[in-house]
Design a protein around this ligand. Structure first.
Ligand SMILES: Cc1cc2nc3c(=O)[nH]c(=O)nc-3n(C[C@H](O)[C@H](O)[C@H](O)COP(=O)(O)OP(=O)(O)OC[C@H]3O[C@@H](n4cnc5c(N)ncnc54)[C@H](O)[C@@H]3O)c2cc1C
Length: 451
């Protein structure tokens, strides 16, 4: 390594990238860290995934932003690393090491006929839309039809169902952008069917999330469990405290009459979608579901089918990643092969290349899981830095000049703070803490106001 301070780029300003950046910047030897994100706003899925009505969960932002405040870490937003932005090879000319923290943003597919129909929208896309992600703000999901199917047994399925079950007035209290609110105001959705492949004893919901759907002002919860809970499933928690709580809640719900609220969330256990039906115009008009049975712990289709009348199907069955050009990729896991954060190709480390977060370990775990993960990767970078070759352009200002040359109008921390302030101002107009700006042009205009 040369005489100057080592320079590290972290690509991705989600929690994993920001935890890694903070750990790198805290090294007493002194490391220059730039955090690069394709969006003008930082925080990844904390901003664009965590449900808008889960305000307390988003408070982690106060921790994630800390390294930017004294300028220990620098932000370069609105910079896509890859096609149409700055490519990895060029980035490597400016940094001793690059930590990739780009997450997994591709929806897993159901693999059933009809999935290409208009009105099948993966949870990643759907959540991005209501969260005001600039890539999805024009999505306009079909909400005129009373029925919606959400496929999945995790918290994301519950998030989607809850957002659809709340009234627009309730959602207006969150930071969702006005165009999303307008669509929700026109919603004709009354029945949200959550399709769970296995039985109530197998769900992966966290009890706090499950409880919330039972507390909705305008929606009843109706459990369709084929009598599984009464037949003994309520005792099949295997000593797992969370599962015991889930089963107690579900069991209690089977024993109360719906209150006659204007919307309903149907939890349909042991059901899988087998075909999505379309109308003559290629729009979803129904979903064929098949009953499953659990035989020796395995899910077995029974052949018994029925059709649900729905106009929207939201598969919430997990995520995949796009390969990162220039790095190895394992399509089976949707991750970049690595050992403790060091990228490996054919078993050999790729000098100066690291990963953290979902792209490192797959799309699992909570926000906090990314802290230890980011720290592990940062430790690997710090251990390797003394032996990494000097980049061609290590001067601190060179990357900004290169971005200027490419005509990329990057967003630094001060510029992001102007957008942040604008969102807080808009929030004030709606009586909230914040309302998001979702249009890319408007975001950049708020970052770089005309003089
Ligand atoms: C719908 C949903 C709800 C969730 N809710 C919760 C919750 O309530 N509580 C909880 O603890 N966890 C929740 N999680 C999990 C949590 O959000 C993840 O664990 C965490 O965000 C993963 O962090 P990450 O940094 O790996 O990826 P991400 O958060 O996805 O960050 C990746 C970042 O990389 C950027 N990026 C991608 N490609 C490029 C590129 N080519 N160039 C530059 N930048 C790029 C993206 O813009 C993004 O900012 C939720 C996840 C989802 C999907």
């Amino acid at each position: 390594m040369g005489q100057g301070r080592p320079r590290v780029a972290v690509v991705g300003a989600g929690p994993s990238g920001l935890y890694a950046a903070a750990a790198l910047a805290a090294d007493p030897a002194g490391v220059d860290v730039d955090v690069i994100d394709r969006l003008a706003a930082p925080y990844g899925l904390v901003r664009y995934g965590v449900a808008p009505d889960h305000v307390r969960m988003k408070a982690v932002i106060r921790v994630l932003q800390q390294p930017f405040e004294p300028g220990t870490v620098r932000f370069l937003g609105n910079v896509h690393v890859g096609e149409g932005g700055i490519d990895l090879e060029e980035l490597r000319r400016h940094y001793h090491a690059v930590v990739h923290a780009t997450g997994c943003s591709v929806d897993r597919r159901l693999g059933v006929p009809g999935e290409e129909l208009d009105g099948v929208i993966g949870s990643g896309e759907f959540v991005s839309w209501y969260s005001g992600h600039p890539d999805r703000i024009t999505l306009d999901p079909p909400l005129a039809h009373p029925g919606v199917a959400v496929v999945g047994a995790g918290n994301v399925a519950l998030d989607v169902a809850r957002v659809l079950a709340k009234s627009a007035d309730e959602m207006a209290e969150t930071d969702i952008p006005d165009p999303v609110l307008d669509v929700l105001r026109g919603s004709g959705v009354t029945d949200i069917h959550i399709l769970v492949r296995r039985g109530p004893q197998h769900v992966r919901f966290t009890p706090a999330e499950l409880r919330q759907i039972g507390e909705l002002a305008h929606a009843d919860v109706i459990v369709h469990d084929d009598g599984q809970l009464a037949a003994g499933a309520r005792e099949e928690h295997g000593g797992d405290k969370r599962q015991k709580q889930n089963l107690a809640m579900l069991d209690a719900w089977t024993q109360v009459q719906p209150a006659g609220k204007s919307r309903r969330i149907h939890l349909r256990f042991l059901r899988s979608p087998v075909e999505i039906l379309g109308d003559g115009d290629g729009r979803v008009r129904g979903v064929v579901i098949e009953r499953n049975a659990i035989v020796d712990g395995r899910v077995v289709a029974t052949g018994e089918r029925e059709t649900l009348d729905v106009g929207l199907v939201v598969p919430a069955i997990g995520y995949d990643a796009h390969p990162i050009p220039g790095l190895p990729f394992d399509p089976a896991t949707g991750t970049v092969p690595n050992v403790g954060g060091r990228v490996v190709r054919d078993g050999e480390p790729v000098a100066g290349a690291y990963v953290t977060g979902w792209i490192k370990r797959g799309p699992t775990g909570v926000i906090g899981t990314n802290k230890s993960d980011g720290h592990e990767t940062a430790a690997a970078v710090l251990a390797d830095l003394p032996n990494l070759p000097e980049p061609a352009r290590p001067e601190p200002g060179a990357i900004r000049a290169a971005l200027d040359d490419h005509g990329i109008r990057y967003v630094d921390w001060a510029a992001w703070q102007r957008l942040d302030a604008e969102e807080i101002r808009l929030g004030g107009e709606r009586g909230n803490a914040r309302v998001k700006v979702a249009d890319r042009v408007a975001m950049l205009a708020a970052c770089h106001p005309a003089p």
